[in-house]
Write a protein that binds this ligand. Structure first.
Ligand code: SF4
Ligand code: FES
Length: 361
């Protein structure tokens, strides 16, 4: 059945890949975009115009670290003028009081601040940025002082999943409204470092129990988003809310992607927002059409009653594990490749001496 195409709900604006942190699970591609390839302010202003005309409601300014760009305030202001809800996804380490005020005065509505651990020892080690954790605590206080809604984003893996209880306490202490406990997504840098990041089943079960206890205790005060990681799941998540259904991503060089990791999928052709109208790319771009709806699905998805719930799971994960981007996501128990995912989880979650590689330009 062909599904009708609605306008996208949100746009991830990756305005740069530059970042002072070096997290080994970074969602950016292994081949990072250089500063000289970044889009100009003028082009980003045009993109915001086009996004608003297309019916997009939210823009998430992201990177890399979006605050490395001097024109971020101007972009936030323009988003506000165009009626777009703006969210800043940041490591926080470059934000001071005056920068934050300029974002707020320009209309910023929400901040998503990342933390790499519950304390400086773990946080600074994972982020590869000495002093970063302390700086984040200070920024969270500044965000609270200006009364801006705060989501704390904690990416968890073998090295910090044991800190989950402390991470939840930290979110409370920092007055976050929401805590996203996001398990590493294993494509790009995460895939590259999988052997040194995958948690084992016991670690995962303990963390899940802590989250469930905290959810009850903090009802009405702190929302905790937490999904069992794919490597231990029985059904996949509806990645991106379904391919080409709700989100688009524009990378620093202006390529429009159906998801932030779509460049890891071989054979897809991406178009640049400087070459074609954004709406044309959204409705007719070949990369968007490749896995939109359900017509592309193989068995068992094609006859499954969940096919319009999870949309067959994650295309980047299917490509990374099976080499076939149109395969059923191996996170699904019904996938013929589910066994390989189980074996990877078993084999690669064993404590190893292998050190992860930090992200590098
Ligand atoms: Fe989802 Fe496909 Fe698994 Fe059905 S078979 S649950 S549609 S991934
Ligand atoms: Fe690309 Fe899931 S991360 S579709």
């Amino acid at each position: 059945m062909t599904v009708s195409i609605e306008p996208p709900l949100a746009m991830l604006a990756e305005i740069t890949h530059r970042c002072p942190l070096r997290c080994p699970y970074c969602s950016n591609p292994l081949e990072l975009s250089k500063r000289s390839h970044e889009l100009s302010t003028k082009v980003w202003l045009n993109i915001l115009d086009e996004a608003s005309e297309l019916g997009i409601l939210q823009v998430h300014f992201s990177g890399g670290e979006p605050t490395v760009r001097d024109d971020l305030t101007m972009l936030i202001k323009h988003a506000e003028k165009k009626g777009l809800y703006s969210n800043l996804i940041t490591s926080g380490v470059l934000i001071d009081k005056s920068k934050l005020s300029s974002f707020v005065d320009s209309g910023l509505q929400h901040i998503q601040l990342s933390i790499q651990g519950a304390d400086s020892k773990v946080g600074d080690y994972i982020g590869g940025f000495p002093g970063g954790h302390q700086k984040k605590l200070e920024v969270a206080q500044l965000i609270h002082d200006v009364d801006l809604p705060l989501t704390l984003n904690a990416v968890v893996h073998r090295h910090n999943i044991g800190q989950i209880k402390k991470i939840i306490s930290l979110a409370e202490k920092l007055h976050a409204q929401r805590l996203e406990v996001a398990n590493v997504q294993y494509y790009g840098w995460g895939f590259f470092n999988r052997k040194s990041l995958l948690p084992n089943r016991e670690q995962l079960m303990e963390a899940t129990e802590e989250v469930n206890k905290a959810r009850d205790r903090l009802k009405g005060r702190l929302v905790i988003d937490y999904v069992v990681p794919d490597y231990y799941a029985r059904r996949p998540k509806a990645c991106m809310g379904g391919w080409g259904r709700r989100f688009l991503n524009i990378n620093p060089a202006g390529y429009v992607l159906p998801c932030h990791a779509a460049e890891t999928i071989p054979g897809l052709r991406f178009e640049r927002v400087t070459d074609k109208p954004l709406s044309e790319i959204w409705y007719h771009g070949s990369a968007f059409e490749a896995f939109r709806g359900t017509d592309w699905m193989p068995a068992p998805c094609s006859t499954c009653d969940r096919k319009e719930i999870d949309w067959g799971g994650c295309r980047c994960q299917a490509a990374a594990i099976t080499g076939r981007p149109d395969a059923t996501d191996p996170a699904c128990e019904l996938s013929p490749d589910h066994g390989s995912m189980n074996s990877i989880a078993q084999n690669e979650s064993k404590p190893s001496q292998e050190q992860f590689q930090y992200r590098r330009m």
